[in-house]
Design a protein around this ligand. Structure first.
Ligand code: PNW
Length: 496
């Protein structure tokens, strides 16, 4: 080595050291966790999350399973939609997705390595009832039998969602899907059957994932679109809204009738999160009023058994048709409420008008997480969403059924993703969740979306939400740096 080369070498090393570049020596984020002796003692100032807080990850059937034609699975509206030219941004579909149907054992090991205690997954209705109703397909349920056994053998508590948007195509063709009352009825029959078969091992069931998202984006006039991609009139849209919450209520009743004693059930709803723009008593009150009104067609009617006056006045002649009995069913008592929280939908201030609140417009430069133009960054949403839920409706058991961030992840030369932006998002949101639990808001668990990159609906495979990078050619899963972050949060039961 020439002296000048040596000097250059040392100069480079010194510069790297000054920049703290030794961090690049982390070859694999899975090994990035400090050893015991090097760990900092947990801070006295932050007592962390309550003992027994349930840390988990979440996925859904269509987004990860693949095997769409295997073992008698029927077609769903998402198979149809994803194969319609122009509907999926990157022209992908979920025919194979993460091939989880065959790789579920490996995926359970990913969870185990994170240290999660629970897993929220969904059951594909068209695997269990390929035609939506009628004769069940035993092989369809067998898959979930195997998955449950694998989870329990690894001490991971299963939380099952019954409807994560994969409606059997037959029901769409037969009577317009959720436009007909026959769909909530068929959903309840399916729910009862699953409850009867699986509640020996599944103790927590979520009825429907995000009524508001699949209805508004699947049937309403929105720029973001989900299957079946219809743009209905307000009158028909209101009826779909009503049938979705009716489906939830009927399923609650069916699960109570057919499940083992002690089975717990509730929704997993995309709550419209209203945050006081500045934390004053007036604005806090205004955000509560706004939360109740802006969730009028969904959580509010589920938890109160009536549509608010403002909801009905706004709908006018287009209001849904319903009976008093419907409202009773929709508000069948639940054991917990699950909420998916990604963003504050509205910052709110008080107003002296009839509404009692005003929505503050977002400036055009408001920060978003990359790729998802709806994913506004507002960590305090994870404090206010559960806090409002507990305050307004006196909910005693809350789960954060989804929270996470999409990133334009780029693996380095060795295939590792240093997703500091996802960690930034999670760290800040979890800090606000910790505020909530510290103040006694009864949040029992948190399911991070998602265990691994997967089929992100109309955004296809290119939009990644996972703690694990998925190479869709090889199906290799690689932990991102955020996986190490989450494992450390779980190990310490606190934000790190
Ligand atoms: C949720 N929006 O979807 C779903 O439950 C998941 O299946 C999905 O992968 C995850 O969030 C991330 O997107 C949403 O436009 C999709 O407001 C779109 C919206 C909200 C939630």
């Amino acid at each position: 080595m020439s002296p000048s080369h040596t000097r250059r070498h040392f100069a480079k090393l010194a510069a790297q050291a000054a920049l703290g570049i030794s961090a690049l020596l982390i070859e694999n984020p899975a090994q990035a966790r400090p050893t015991k002796s090097k760990r900092l003692p947990s801070s006295k100032a932050s007592p962390g999350f309550p003992k027994g807080f349930l840390w988990g990850t979440a996925t859904s059937a269509y987004q990860i399973e693949g095997a769409v034609k295997e073992d008698g699975r029927g077609q769903s509206i998402w198979d149809t939609y994803a194969h319609t030219p122009g509907k999926i941004k990157d022209n992908s579909n979920a025919d194979r997705a993460n091939d989880h149907y065959h790789r579920y054992k490996e995926d359970v090991q990913l969870m185990k390595a994170l240290g999660v205690k629970s897993y929220r997954f969904s059951i594909a209705w068209p695997r269990v009832f390929p035609q939506g109703t009628g004769t069940p397909n035993p092989k369809g349920l067998d898959f979930y039998d195997r998955l449950l056994d694998e989870l329990l053998a690894n001490s991971i508590e299963p939380f099952a969602t019954l409807y994560h948007w994969d409606l059997p195509q037959e029901l769409q063709d037969r009577h317009g899907g959720w436009e007909s009352r026959d769909t909530p009825k068929a959903f309840a029959d399916y729910a009862g059957y699953v409850a009867q078969r699986l509640t020996d091992r599944v103790k927590h069931i979520f009825t429907i994932n995000e009524c508001s998202a699949f209805v508004e984006l699947g049937y309403g006039n929105n720029s973001i679109e989900l299957a079946p991609g219809l743009k209905l009139s307000q009158r028909r849209l209101n009826q779909v809204r009503h049938h979705a919450v009716l489906g939830h209520g009927l399923a609650v009743q069916a699960i109570r009738a057919s499940g083992r004693a002690g089975t717990k059930v509730g929704p997993a709803e995309n709550i419209t999160t209203c945050v006081p723009a500045i934390e004053t008593p007036e604005n806090i009150r205004a955000a509560e009023i706004a939360t109740r009104e802006l969730n009028g067609g969904y959580l509010t009617v589920m938890l109160e058994g009536k549509y608010t006056d403002a909801f009905l006045a706004y709908a006018g002649a287009d209001a849904p048709k319903y009976t008093a009995e419907d409202l009773k069913v929709i508000s069948a008592p639940v054991d917990f409420v699950g909420i998916n929280v990604y963003s504050p939908q509205h910052y709110v201030v008080s107003a002296d008008d009839t509404h009692g609140f005003a929505l503050v417009p977002f400036p055009p430069s408001y920060p978003l997480m990359n790729y998802s133009n709806w994913l506004k960054v507002g960590p305090e949403a994870l404090y206010w969403a559960p806090r409002n839920l507990a305050k307004i409706w006196n909910v005693k058991e809350i789960y954060i059924t989804e929270n996470g961030a999409s990133i334009a992840d780029v693996p380095d030369a060795k295939g590792i993703v240093y997703d500091l932006d996802r960690i930034m998002y999670l760290r800040n949101y979890l800090t606000h969740l910790l505020r909530a639990t510290s103040e006694g808001v009864p949040v029992r668990g948190y399911f991070l979306w998602s265990l691994m990159d997967n089929f992100e609906w109309s955004d296809g495979l290119a939009n990644r939400f996972g703690l694990h990078w998925v190479d869709y050619d090889t199906q290799r899963r690689t932990p991102k740096l955020s996986a190490s972050f989450y494992r450390e949060v779980i190990a310490r039961n606190s934000v790190v």
